[in-house]
Design a protein around this ligand. Structure first.
Ligand code: BGC
Length: 742
C-alpha cells in the first residue's frame, strides 16, 4: 500500500476531525492535537478592528494575514453582518478553519439604545432589565456579534468615577439581582441559540473602588470587603451562566487584577469553579509594565497567563511572547491547552464550528434592527428609570391642557446625547430614530398647546448670551421645562471628575428662569449622581432623567404628563457635596456614631456639613402616595433551618395609580465582626390603583442573615436582628426585631 504524504495525512485528519458530530470535549481534543503551538496561542489573541470606543489601539495592517495564519482568535469593534462576514471568510482560509469570535461592548443596547445601566438599575425592575438585555442581544447577534462585554457589575460608591454609569450602583444585593437578570437576558435560552450573545462579566475585580474615583487607579481593600461588597454581583452573574469574565485595569492590594492568581485562579476558577474563559481588559496585560510588577512584555505575558487570563485583548503580549515562554519552559503546554480549550469550548457551544456565518444574516439583521417592539420596550424601561426627586405643590404631572410650555436648555433638541456613553455607531451613522426631548414633547401635547423653545446656554462654558431670550420665552409660557446636565461623554470610561456639579452656567440659567415667577420643572440628564444644591433647594420639581437612550424624548414626555407615574428609586446615594464621598447607606455605626445635631463634638460627623446625603439610596417619589402598615412576622425566633415570613400592607393613598418599590433592610445587631447599620436583603415592586392595597411578603432565611466572618467563612450567627421595611434606605416605615437561635 502506498504511504500517504504527511501533508495529505494532516488534511484528511482535519477533515475527519471537523466533520465528526462528536461531543464537544472530544472535538476539542481532536482539534488540539492538530494545532501547532502558534495556532493555540492565536486563539488567545484578540485584536481590535478599525473602530475604537476606548483605546489606545494598535495600527496593524497585517491583521488579515495573521487571521489567515491562525494567529487571531477574536476581533472586537467589528460590527454588521457585512463586516463580520468578510473577516470570518478570511478565518475560513486558515489551515484549521477555526472561526473568529466577534466581541463588542453592547452595554445598553445595540441599535435600540436603552437607558444607561445605572439608570435602568433605578427601575429595580428585573424583568424589564432582562428584557432590555434580551433585545440588545437579539439585535447584536443579528448584526454579527457573538459576545458582549457586559454586564459591568462593579459596585461603585464614588460618583467622581465616570464609570458609575455602567453598573448597577452601590449595593451588592441589588447589584447581584441585576447582574443575574442581565446575564440571563444576554444569553437567552443558551449559547447555542442564534439570538443569544455570550455575556462577559466585568471588571474582575474591585475596579469600582479606585482610589479618589480616578479611573484605572489602585484599589486597596480588605478581603472581607472584597468578598462582602465587591464580589457578590460577579458570583451572581456566574450563577446565571455567564460564559466569560473580563479582568480589570486596577491593581488590587498591589497586584494588578490581570496578573492576579488570587482573583482568577483561586477564587474564580478555583473556589467558584468557573469553566468559561477570562479575557484581559484592553491592553491590561501590557499595562502591568507600567504598574511596575513586571519588567517587560515577556514577564507580563507570563504573569497574566499564569494567573488565569486566557485571552489577551489588544496588548499583543501573548502574541509576541507566549511561544518563547513555552520554549523556555516557563509556561507549560498544559497551561496553554487549558486556556485554548476554554475558548474553543465557547466557540463550539455557540455553533460556530458548525456554521461560522450563522450570525451573519443580512435579512435577519434588517428585520431585527427595525422591530418596532424594541422601541416600545425601550420607552417603557426609560420611563421606569426616571427618578422624581422633588415635586412641590404637585407641580407634576403637567396638564395636557397647558396652553403654552417653554422648553428650555442645551439638551432639549439633542439627539445623540440621549444615548449615553456606550452607544454603538452603526454603519451609516443614522441617528434619526432617536427621539429627542423636543420631539417627545411634540408627540405628546395636543394641537392646542403652544411649545416654545430657547437654548439658553451651552452645557459647558460661561457664555450667558442666550439667557435673555430664554427669559423672554419663559415669560410667555404657563410652565417652563428646563433640560440641563452633563454631556453624554462626561461620564463613562476615563471620565472621572473632581467637580461633579452641574457644569457651566446652567444653574445660573435656572436662577433667572425662577426669577420670572413661572413654575419650572428641571430635567437633569447625567451619567452619575451630580451635586446640585441650588437646583435641589430652589427648583419646585426635579426629574433625574440620566441618559435614557433612543426613546428618551417619549419616555420623558410620558412622565411629565403622567401617562407613566414615576417609580424609580436611586440605586446610588447622591451626596450633598463632593466632600462626603465615598458615601453609601450600608456603612458601619462606628464607636462614636454620627448625629446631625449641632452638638456633634467628638463623634463621627463633619463639623461643616450634614452627614446625610442629599438623596439617599432607595429614594424616589411618585405622583401618588403610599401607606405602609400592619407589619407582621410569622415568628420572633428562628433556627438556621427555619424561615420567617415578614408581611405588611401597602396601600395607594393618593390620586394616581402608581408603582412602589418596597425595600427590606436587615441589621445584625451584634456580630463577631461589625455589621452595617442596615443592608438591603429584598425588595418588591407593586402596582396599585387608587385606593387599592396589597399584602407584600418577604421571606427571611439563613442566607439573608449570613456574612463573611473574620476567617472569610460564610455563615449566620445567632443573635438579634432588626427588620426594617421602607420606601428608601432612610425612610423606614415599619420596624421590628427577631432572633436567630442556635
Ligand atoms: C474597557 C472595557 C471594554 C473594553 C473594550 C476597555 O477600555 O475597560 O470595559 O470592554 O475597553 O472596548
Amino acid at each position: 500500500m502506498r504511504k500517504l504524504s504527511p501533508l495529505l495525512y494532516v488534511c484528511i485528519s482535519i477533515v475527519v476531525a471537523l466533520a465528526q458530530p462528536k461531543p464537544i470535549e472530544q472535538r476539542i481534543d481532536s482539534l488540539l492535537k492538530l494545532m501547532t503551538i502558534e495556532e493555540k496561542i492565536g486563539q488567545m489573541n484578540q485584536y481590535n478592528d478599525d473602530w475604537t470606543a476606548t483605546g489606545p489601539a494598535t495600527v496593524d495592517n497585517d491583521k488579515a494575514n495573521q487571521i489567515r495564519n491562525g494567529q487571531v482568535g477574536s476581533l472586537l469593534n467589528c460590527i454588521g453582518t457585512e463586516r463580520t462576514r468578510s473577516w470570518q471568510k478570511i478565518a475560513m482560509q486558515s489551515r484549521l478553519k477555526i472561526p473568529l469570535l466577534f466581541g463588542q461592548d453592547v452595554v445598553h443596547g445595540y441599535k435600540t439604545t436603552f437607558p444607561i445601566p445605572l439608570a435602568e438599575a433605578c427601575s429595580w425592575d428585573l424583568d424589564a432589565m432582562q428584557n432590555a438585555a434580551r433585545i440588545a442581544a437579539t439585535e447584536a447577534s443579528a448584526g454579527g456579534i457573538h459576545w458582549t462585554f457586559a454586564p459591568m457589575v462593579d459596585i461603585a460608591r464614588d460618583p467622581r468615577w465616570g464609570r458609575v454609569m455602567e453598573g448597577a450602583g452601590e449595593d451588592p444585593y441589588l447589584g447581584s439581582r441585576i447582574a443575574y437578570a442581565r446575564v440571563k437576558g444576554f444569553q437567552g435560552n443558551g449559547l447555542g441559540e442564534v439570538n443569544s450573545v455570550m455575556a462577559c462579566v466585568k471588571h474582575f475585580a474591585a475596579y469600582g473602588a479606585a482610589v479618589g474615583g480616578r479611573d484605572y487607579n489602585s484599589v486597596d481593600m480588605s478581603d472581607r470587603q472584597l468578598f462582602e461588597v465587591y464580589l457578590p454581583p460577579f458570583k451572581a452573574a456566574l450563577d446565571a451562566g455567564a460564559g466569560t469574565f473580563m479582568n480589570s485595569f486596577n491593581d488590587l492590594n498591589g497586584v494588578p487584577a490581570t496578573g492576579n492568581s488570587f482573583l482568577q485562579r483561586d477564587i474564580l476558577k478555583g473556589k467558584w469553579g468557573f469553566k468559561g474563559f477570562v479575557v484581559s481588559d484592553w491592553g491590561s496585560i501590557g499595562e502591568m509594565i507600567n504598574h511596575g510588577n513586571v519588567k517587560n512584555g515577556y514577564e507580563a505575558a507570563l504573569s497574566a497567563v499564569t494567573a488565569g487570563s486566557d485571552m489577551d485583548m489588544e496588548s499583543r503580549c501573548y502574541k509576541n511572547n507566549l511561544v518563547q515562554l513555552v520554549k523556555d519552559k516557563k509556561v507549560s503546554t498544559a497551561l496553554i491547552d487549558d486556556a485554548v480549550r476554554r475558548i474553543l469550548q465557547k466557540k463550539f457551544e455557540m455553533g460556530l464550528f458548525d456554521d461560522p456565518f450563522r450570525f451573519c444574516n443580512a435579512e435577519r439583521e434588517q428585520k431585527e434592527l427595525n422591530d418596532p417592539d424594541h422601541a416600545k420596550s425601550a420607552r417603557e424601561i426609560a420611563a421606569k428609570s426616571i427618578v422624581l426627586l422633588k415635586n412641590e405643590n404637585h407641580l407634576l404631572p403637567l396638564s395636557k391642557e397647558t396652553k403654552t410650555i417653554a422648553f428650555i436648555g442645551p439638551l432639549v433638541k439633542a439627539y445623540k446625547q440621549n444615548k449615553g456613553f456606550w452607544d454603538i455607531e452603526l454603519p451609516g451613522g443614522d441617528s434619526s430614530f432617536i427621539v429627542s426631548q423636543w420631539n417627545g414633547l411634540k408627540n405628546k401635547v395636543g394641537k392646542k398647546t403652544i411649545l416654545l423653545y430657547a437654548k439658553g446656554c451651552d452645557i459647558e462654558g460661561t457664555n450667558k448670551e442666550g439667557f435673555a431670550e430664554a427669559v423672554r420665552t419663559a415669560q410667555q409660557a404657563d410652565v417652563v421645562i428646563l433640560s440641563i446636565g452633563e454631556r453624554r461623554d462626561m461620564s463613562g470610561e476615563a471620565k472621572s471628575r473632581s467637580d461633579i456639579s452641574i457644569p457651566g452656567v446652567q444653574e445660573e440659567l435656572l436662577k433667572e428662569l425662577l426669577a420670572t415667577g413661572k413654575p419650572v420643572v428641571v430635567l437633569i440628564n447625567a451619567g452619575r449622581p451630580l451635586v446640585f444644591p441650588y437646583t435641589a433647594d430652589h427648583a419646585p420639581a426635579i426629574l433625574y432623567t440620566w441618559w435614557l437612550g433612543s426613546e428618551a424624548g417619549n419616555a420623558i414626555a410620558d412622565v411629565l404628563f403622567g401617562d407613566y407615574n414615576p417609580s424609580g428609586k436611586l440605586a446610588m446615594t447622591f451626596p450633598r457635596s463632593v466632600g462626603q464621598i465615598p458615601i453609601y447607606y450600608s456603612h458601619f455605626n462606628t464607636g462614636r456614631p454620627a448625629t446631625d445635631d449641632a452638638n456633634h463634638n467628638y463623634n463621627s460627623s463633619y463639623t461643616d456639613l450634614s452627614i446625610y446625603p442629599k438623596y439617599e439610596f432607595g429614594y424616589g417619589l411618585s405622583y401618588t402616595t403610599f401607606s405602609y402598615s400592619n407589619l407582621q412576622l410569622t415568628k420572633k425566633q428562628m433556627t438556621a433551618n427555619e424561615q420567617i415570613t415578614v408581611s405588611l400592607t401597602v396601600a395607594n393613598t393618593g390620586k394616581y395609580p402608581g408603582e412602589e418599590i418596597i425595600q427590606l433592610y436587615l441589621r445584625d445587631k451584634v456580630g463577631s465582626i461589625v455589621r452595617p447599620v442596615k443592608e438591603l436583603k429584598d425588595f418588591k415592586k407593586v402596582a396599585l390603583a387608587v385606593n387599592e392595597s396589597t399584602i407584600v411578603q418577604f421571606t427571611i432565611d439563613k442566607e439573608k442573615l449570613s456574612f463573611f466572618n473574620q476567617q472569610l467563612q460564610w455563615g449566620a450567627e445567632a443573635g438579634e436582628f432588626d427588620v426594617m421595611v421602607g420606601a428608601s434606605s432612610r425612610n423606614i416605615k415599619l420596624q421590628d426585631t427577631f432572633s436567630l437561635v442556635p
